[in-house]
Ligand binder design. Sequence first.
Ligand code: NAD
Ligand code: MLT
Length: 338
Amino acid sequence: LTRTVLGLPGFTGGFSFSSAAALAAARKVLISDPIDPICVSTFESAGFEVDARDKVPADELVELIKSYDALVVRSGTQVTSEVLAAGAGKLRVVGRAGTGVDNIDVDAATASGIMVMNTPGGNTTSAAELTVSLLMALSRDIPNATTSLKSGKWERKKYMGTELEGKTLGLVGLGQIGRRVAAICRAMGMRTIGYDPLMSADAAAAEAIEAVDLDAVWAEADFISLHTPLTAETRSLVDANTLSKCKPGVRIVNCARGGIVDEAALLDALNSGHVAGAALDVYESEPPPEAIKPLLEHERCICTPHLGASTEEAQHKVAHDIASQIVDVFEDRAVRGV
Ligand code: NAD
Ligand code: MLT
């Protein structure tokens, strides 16, 4: 059975009784961080009432949240237990347009029966491409060579690099991004080894990654790339002890989460020369404080300001995905990204 609705913007066809009910209920969604416009239009085409803001102060959010069925955030909004307690009863979903849910108190949400979802895969390509860019920038010292030439020097002998082909890449975390990085690096002729407690040796082999234990990653890798969330197990995973197990001259990339690398230990290892280079996109505290300037300013450290997902494509995908995933929840369709 279908009926035609007149005067409903953008509505061009028939609809079922279930979508009629959803429209009548006019679900309300709050978007509390800047986001690609596709997020708003996806919600609006599904009949949601959208309140899109660039920033909501913490105390205001606790009051505001009470009248919304769903909340969409990127990384700016802290979804604390206080916010979730205030929303409980009406708020059904908190959606993160991105991968990490570090800014959402997931335990408190679960305790209040509020679903937390992210957008798996939405920024995989962009994060993997930045990771590989950093591996290549490290292997050829591109930032320093650029600065040198821009300052009027011509130092061809100084910038002697190393090839990636034939080298061993050790991946920690073989989820979406770790596997994509492996695929790109294999195409460049690298040997790819990796550790992930949730991935069987057979599943890794199907991706042409040799599953190894962590000690083998430290011992065998010429380049190490980290792709795990920050958890109790991964906090300071790369510290003075693990660095001492790495090959002299190892190069390390962290495009995952600050805190996985002990920043003081990394600086010591760069200073001693044991680590030949490091590339960081993420920091224990963001923006990084003055105290880690010696690391950021180290000649063999490349640093970017958390740019892994900063492409037009990734921002479009995560904004679209989170809206359509939330619409699915309210339309009783299969739930994704939980
Ligand atoms: P994912 O969930 O697909 O993969 C994470 C993998 O880490 C999983 O396979 C999991 O089993 C594994 N893992 C968990 N604990 C581990 C441990 N102790 N040792 C080894 N492996 C472990 O996530 P993803 O999309 O691949 O993202 C990976 C990381 O990159 C996340 O921290 C995410 O927040 C971060 N990220 C950063 C940027 C950026 O802008 N720099 C962009 C996207 C994602
Ligand atoms: C993520 O977890 O998705 C990334 O860190 C990028 C972001 O914060 O947007």
